[in-house]
Design a protein around this ligand. Sequence first.
Ligand SMILES: NC(=O)c1ccc[n+]([C@@H]2O[C@H](COP(=O)([O-])OP(=O)(O)OC[C@H]3O[C@@H](n4cnc5c(N)ncnc54)[C@H](OP(=O)(O)O)[C@@H]3O)[C@@H](O)[C@H]2O)c1
Length: 308
Amino acid sequence: MKIAVIGTGGLVGSAVMRRWNSLPFSEEGVFSERLDELFGFDLPEFDAASRISTDGLVSFRPDVILNLASINLPDWLETHPNTARTIHVQGAANLRRAALRTGALLVQVGCGEVFYHEEDAPPHSEDNVPDPQSVYAITKLDAERAASEYDRHLIVRTSALFGEPGAQGTGNLVDTLLKAVRRTREIKVLNDTRVSLTAADDLVGALRFLIHAGKTGLYHVAPPDSVTPAEAAAFLLDACGLRSHRIVGITTEEYGGKAPRSRSTALDASRYRALPGSHPIPGWQEALRRFLDRRAQGSAPPLAKKED
Ligand SMILES: NC(=O)c1ccc[n+]([C@@H]2O[C@H](COP(=O)([O-])OP(=O)(O)OC[C@H]3O[C@@H](n4cnc5c(N)ncnc54)[C@H](OP(=O)(O)O)[C@@H]3O)[C@@H](O)[C@H]2O)c1
């Protein structure tokens, strides 16, 4: 399969380019022999918001267009709504046009922020009605809608990703925490929001599975459990032996960002998990442990120095 990957400098895009053809498949191993051809595109050479860029994809005759181009800065986007709309919505519409012209499957990655709650809420399934409040969430939902105007679309929502930073050095919960560890011993982390903490590599496995299985429509990809950022941060400190550091839980109000923040962006991925042979998405603790083990084995930058 020929796959055009848009947004390869980011967290997920770089994991796709690194891991796509080497991830193990599930027990059935049905796709294990199939190698895909990946073509990566990102700013500044390729701009999803420009028709000139996206129309250029047609000459590649891709079987799949995987859209990972995004700006994941909700507070900044609150004061830059036009940028959010151009990149998220216009970008998805341009890629839909390219997909239509080539007959490619259009894969759009979305987020749990499309669900808004002022109180804790159970994980959201695909059947729950989205209620986005921030500019980021509204434009991400509109991007999903733009993609879904084309029959051959696959929308995959996920939540709170972590992994090796992309070429652009984009941060995520784990790296942000590990940077904070170097600056201070008292680290303030949100304790009143629940997320589905998901390893970027697992999302890549799920995307590959869904694409090869010929799935279309909407799927949530997330672990079977949810966690607050403060709980995940405390687990990381403990796992790294950083005993003189302390997590100080703070509320969304105390954090005081510009964007309205949902108290729960956790996703219910039962529909995905029920698919035979789907790439397994482990619970957040197992996923974090595996990530730390890989770092310890030297396949990633080292952690802060361990304390006695
Ligand atoms: N990270 C998370 O926790 C999380 C959670 C839920 C869902 N998601 C979704 O997962 C997808 C991938 O996210 P990510 O974490 O990999 O994001 P990321 O690390 O911020 O990467 C996004 C990439 O897209 C590029 N990009 C931005 N505008 C573009 C444009 N107009 N044309 C081409 N490329 C463009 C960015 O380039 P620049 O860096 O140069 O701007 C960057 O390389 C997104 O749809 C996101 O909403 C992410």
